[in-house]
Design a protein around this ligand. Structure first.
Ligand code: ADP
Ligand code: MG
Length: 317
């Protein structure tokens, strides 16, 4: 199978919303009038972002999910994406399930594959995604204000449990491992929540490198600090029963690979935020508040400071 057969077979699909898809030198997109384009790129490299043994269908899902998660964090509606693919060989037993996992999630979100590039090389997958958001309404990292509440969607820390089991530092029953592994390999991008938070959240980010690090980006961009309640944070892992109390807190604070949204909203919008979560069926947990004093503080149920050395993931640290 040659390069062009491969593209035609697995990645060339008729477009519905975009004026031009795969097959020409460029794709054409048509954002609606008054909309801004939201654009994001993610690279996934074998051995760094995923294990070589991962199910290719799950990998296809995850590659797009991490990009959809970036659109969600900006409150943008997905339009289309391009796929850069470097493959060691044209292995149909890998390509077919990879394309299925990728395109099933794309269809779920009405996000069309409109182009890409395919070469031979180490296994690397790079997706650039395009979404649209009404001009001026994108959720940014820079809007958090003192007094705002800090919220997290869904669950945090379960993907980290799976990673630690893979690393051999933790042991859990098989069923727990499969659940944790599904959280790591099949993240759910919170696209509907991102849309529902437009006009409500003051700042937002998706949690990919761990809550402390990602929330830290919001604090830095907004020029504020925050206090987190550890007893609320420790409830975030879905698989908390399989973790020690310390792991619950540490994995939720610094786990990574969660692809939930962390966002801030004025305290006066508390009920409206809860209603937004209900409207899209996503659990939301209020875990702390934004303060003028810079830095991130942790307090226990009695309001006493909690000391925890947590560091965010950094590819070059
Ligand atoms: P060019 O030489 O202009 O880069 P290519 O020959 O690489 O074009 O690609 C031919 C067409 O196939 C283009 O429309 C390109 O966007 C599309 N394409 C290439 N690789 C992929 C891929 N992995 N997924 C989707 N479309 C792809
Ligand atoms: Mg090319």
């Amino acid at each position: 199978m040659g390069e062009f057969d491969l593209i035609a077979r697995y990645f060339k699909r008729p477009v519905r919303r975009s004026p031009l898809g795969v097959g020409d030198d460029c794709a054409l997109l048509a954002p609606a009038p008054g909309m801004q384009l939201a654009v994001s790129t993610d690279l996934l490299i074998e051995g760094r972002h995923f294990l070589s043994t991962v199910d290719p269908r799950r990998l296809g899902h995850k590659c797009l999910a991490v990009n959809l998660s970036d659109l969600a964090a900006c409150g943008a509606r997905p339009l289309a994406f391009t796929l850069g693919l470097s493959l060691p060989q044209a292995d149909e037993a890998w390509l077919a399930p990879f394309a299925q996992g990728l395109l099933a999630l794309a269809d779920e979100h009405g996000c069309e594959l409109v182009g890409g590039d395919t070469t031979r090389g180490p296994l690397v997958i790079s997706i650039t995604i395009f979404g649209e958001v009404p001009a001026g309404q994108a959720l940014l990292r820079s809007g958090a204000q003192a007094g705002d509440e800090i919220w997290v969607s869904g669950h945090l820390g379960d993907a980290r449990l799976a990673l630690e089991v893979f690393r051999g530092t933790r042991a859990v029953p098989q069923a727990v491992f499969e659940s944790a592994r599904a959280r790591m390999e099949l993240p759910t991008p919170r696209v509907a929540l991102g849309l529902a938070l437009r006009g409500l959240a003051s700042a937002a980010i998706d949690v990919s490198d761990g809550l402390v690090g990602d929330l830290g980006h919001v604090l830095a961009a907004s020029g504020v600090g925050a206090t987190l309640r550890t007893e609320a944070v420790a409830t975030l892992p879905a698989l908390a029963e399989a973790m020690t109390p310390q792991d619950r807190l540490d994995f939720a604070l610094a786990g990574g690979d969660d692809y939930e949204l962390a966002f801030t909203a004025p305290a006066a919008a508390h009920e409206a935020v809860q209603a937004a979560g209900r409207s899209c069926g996503t659990a939301l947990t209020c875990i702390g508040q934004i303060e003028a004093a810079p830095g991130l503080r942790l307090v226990d149920a009695e309001g006493q400071p909690v000391a925890r050395a947590v560091t965010a993931f950094d590819h070059f640290a």
